[in-house]
Every structure is written in structure tokens, then in C-alpha cells.
Design a protein around this ligand. Structure first.
Ligand code: SAM
Length: 172
């Protein structure tokens, strides 16, 4: 399980400015973000590929929906006002596979995969919040966003000593 870290707290402090009816988190792990979302949203659903993490967060998150699946692949017939993700965003480490950290060869491929999976789950005025690291190749993500006629806005930035994190908001 991914234990809450600087990036988790960073996203937590941002999602609490949003409210609405339905919210979705991709990559829930400990449930720290989902718990924050449940304060301002009526229905909150989280997905993760790691079943053991979800089993753990179930004890913390009682009434929220948790689904073990790839990105939003098991979610149908519902749209969300807010979709958030703190994806694995580091370039793959060839010596050690860790799906909580490995974001693909340039660190951004899993983020793009998650984004493409949630696009048809976004309500008309819905927003997507995503954590992006300076260690990944953000240009590829920006290209994907522009190709899909979406709008990108930087909402927050945080400098750590080894990287800089930002939260981007994506909308139609
Ligand atoms: C950096 S951790 C973030 C955990 C938590 N949301 C937080 O902020 O502390 C990324 C999480 O995404 C999950 N994950 C990775 N690839 C995924 C995928 N394709 N679909 C769903 N979850 C995924 C990992 O198992 C991990 O729990």
C-alpha cells in the first residue's frame, strides 16, 4: 500500500475546495483522498489495481464505494463532477517494479492511460484533478489534452527538494 506522503497531503488540501454530487478517485490506496472527498460529495467512489490496499481502506472508509480495477474500466452509467488522481508518476525503475510509483517509461504513460479511461465519465461541467511531477515528461500529457480538445489549468505547485509537483485541473 502507498502510505500517505507529501503528494497525498498536497492533493488532499486541494480537493477540499471542490464540492458536488459525485466524485471518483483513481488509485485510492490508503483512502486519505477519498475520505476528504466524502466531506463535500454525496457519492464517492475509489478504484485501485491493488486489492490489498482497498481491503485496508475499506475499514477507514465504511460507506464509500471501492472497486478493484484498472483505472475506471469497471465504472459504467455514471458521470462525476470531480475525478481526482495522484497516479504513479515516476519513470519506471528497471531494477525494481513498483506499481504505486512506476508511471511508465517517461513517468507519464500511466497518467495518460488513467485520463483516457475517465474522459467519458466526466459530467458536462466536471473537472479532473491530477498530480504531475517535474520528473515525468509532462509534454506528452499536454499533447493528449490538446488532441482531445480539453482545457488544462495549473491549480497548485509544490517544490520538494528532489522534484516539483503540480496539480492540474482538466475540463472540457
Ligand atoms: C501514488 S499512489 C497514490 C495513493 C493515494 N491516492 C495517495 O494519494 O496517497 C498511486 C496508486 O495508484 C494505483 N494504481 C496504479 N496504476 C493504477 C491503475 N492503472 N488503475 C488504478 N489504480 C492504479 C496504485 O496501486 C497506487 O495505490
Amino acid at each position: 500500500m502507498y502510505l500517505p506522503s507529501d503528494d497525498s497531503i498536497f492533493l488532499c488540501n486541494t480537493v477540499n475546495h471542490y464540492h458536488g454530487q459525485q466524485a471518483l478517485e483513481i488509485g485510492t490506496s490508503s483512502g486519505i483522498i477519498l475520505k476528504e472527498l466524502s466531506k463535500n460529495f454525496r457519492i464517492v467512489i475509489g478504484t485501485d489495481i491493488d486489492f490489498d490496499s482497498l481491503k485496508h481502506s475499506q475499514t477507514v472508509l465504511k460507506s464509500n464505494g471501492l472497486i478493484c480495477c484498472d483505472a475506471a474500466s469497471a465504472i459504467h452509467n455514471i458521470v462525476f463532477d470531480l475525478i481526482v488522481t495522484n497516479p504513479p508518476y515516476l519513470p519506471d525503475n528497471p531494477n525494481h517494479v513498483d506499481r504505486t510509483l512506476d508511471g511508465g517509461p517517461t513517468g507519464i504513460e500511466v497518467s495518460i492511460h488513467i485520463l483516457s479511461s475517465v474522459l467519458d465519465k466526466l459530467s458536462e461541467k466536471g473537472k479532473i484533478l491530477m498530480v504531475v511531477s517535474s520528473l515525468s515528461e509532462k509534454k506528452k500529457l499536454e499533447d493528449f489534452i490538446f488532441e482531445n480538445n480539453l482545457v488544462i489549468k495549473q491549480i497548485a505547485q509544490k517544490k520538494l527538494f528532489y522534484e516539483s509537483l503540480e496539480i492540474i485541473e482538466i475540463s472540457r
